[in-house]
Ligand binder design. Structure first.
Ligand SMILES: [Zn+2]
Length: 368
């Protein structure tokens, strides 16, 4: 059989989500090993520690803590692993907690130690928790490499009481990151591209992507308005599942395309590189729709949704101080470096991106 005909699907082994779900973490950990370590920064520790410690204590497990202090760099991960090995038994279960940084650092430490992995996200700001991918940065916060764990997390525990207290900007970013998945997956499928498990997409992956999009459209506004409440509401629970579970399943099992490719070009402008990942890809999705040749009616509908949520439709909304032709050329040139460009219905050149970005900028002047 031709390898390009092999369907592949992968996922985290277990997923738990709801108010108070942190109470399940001790049981998860006990099923995986005997020496757990919590990897997170001090702010996240203050948020999660009481719940995690109590839950582990109920299983007669004592918990160590490794403090995440900065970016996910090779030096930082090596130092944490040395600390983990120096003091008592080497941890065999890593609880990776936080937004992006704590989770990625925990993944890197787990891989290095050969430990099992439980992810405890404290915001729904990106698709990382269920994924086997993580990112290394250099000392100047430049993307160094996208790394892969040998398998997806053993468990993902999402306590929505933590998430409902996260800043609004992080949730908006998570919405942007998840919104791309159906459209990037569709382009990958059209192009016959491989997913992150090295096979072609499945009916399952396509349907998960469709569900992810449907839930975001239906529930994002109501979920945003519930932020800060003591208890998450039903819309918040559904949106969380879309942003943490469905979004992660969708991209790993479908593939990425143009929206994520633009994260290679946008950082050429420092103000744009500083924007949250989900906002960068939301803008990138707008450019992708232009390249797909979407109708005016479709774009007007998306503009209304973007405005309601607070997603950026233009470079200025993403944070560019001023927009000029040289900036657009530079972003287009950087985007051409992406490995995901082949996941599109036709080959694309730098000039295609320049034209699409200019059309997107022009759209902003028309009433939406
Ligand atoms: Zn993403």
């Amino acid at each position: 059989m031709n390898a390009s005909e092999i369907r592949a699907f992968g996922a985290a082994h277990r997923y738990f989500q709801g108010p108070g779900a942190v109470a399940l973490i001790g049981e998860c950990v006990a099923s995986l090993g005997r020496h757990p370590v919590l990897v997170c920064d001090i702010i996240v520790r203050d948020l999660v520690q009481a719940g995690v410690v109590a839950s582990c204590a109920a299983q007669s497990q004592s918990l160590r803590w490794l403090e995440v202090r900065g970016d996910v760099t090779h030096a930082a991960v090596a130092a944490l692993c040395a600390e983990a090995r120096a003091d008592g038994a080497t941890p065999d279960v890593v609880i990776a907690a936080g937004g992006g940084k704590g989770v990625d650092t925990g993944k890197a430490v787990a891989r290095e130690l050969g430990a099992r992995l439980v992810v405890l996200p404290t915001s729904a700001s990106n698709d990382g928790p269920c994924s086997k991918a993580f990112v290394f940065y250099d000392d100047h916060h430049r993307l160094l490499s996208v790394e892969q764990l040998p398998r997806n997390p053993d468990a993902v525990v999402v306590d929505t009481r933590f998430l409902v207290r996260a800043p609004r900007a992080l949730l908006v970013s998570g919405i942007g990151d998840a919104l791309c998945k159906l459209y990037e997956g569709d382009q990958t499928r059209l192009a016959g591209g491989r997913n992150l498990f090295g096979g072609v997409s499945t009916i399952a992956a396509e349907q998960l992507s469709v569900a992810c999009d449907r839930v975001i459209r239906a529930d994002a506004e109501a979920a945003l308005s519930s932020l800060g409440a003591a208890e998450p509401n039903a819309a918040f629970e559904r949106l969380t599942e879309a942003l943490v579970l469905l979004s992660g399943l969708a991209f790993e099992n479908s593939g990425l395309s143009i929206a994520h490719s633009m994260t290679r070009g946008l950082p050429r402008v420092p103000e744009l590189g500083a924007a949250l990942h989900g906002l960068q890809v939301a803008y990138g999705l707008y450019v992708q729709w232009q390249l797909e040749g979407r109708s005016e009616a479709f774009m007007a509908q998306q503009a209304r949704f973007y405005r309601a949520i607070g997603l950026p439709r233009t470079l200025a909304e993403l944070g560019a101080p001023e927009v000029n032709d040289a900036m657009i050329e530079s972003i287009a040139a950087g985007t051409m470096q992406s490995p995901h460009l082949k996941h599109f219905q036709r080959p694309l050149a730098q000039a295609d991106f320049v034209a699409a970005m200019q059309r997107v900028e022009a759209l902003s002047f028309s009433p939406a």
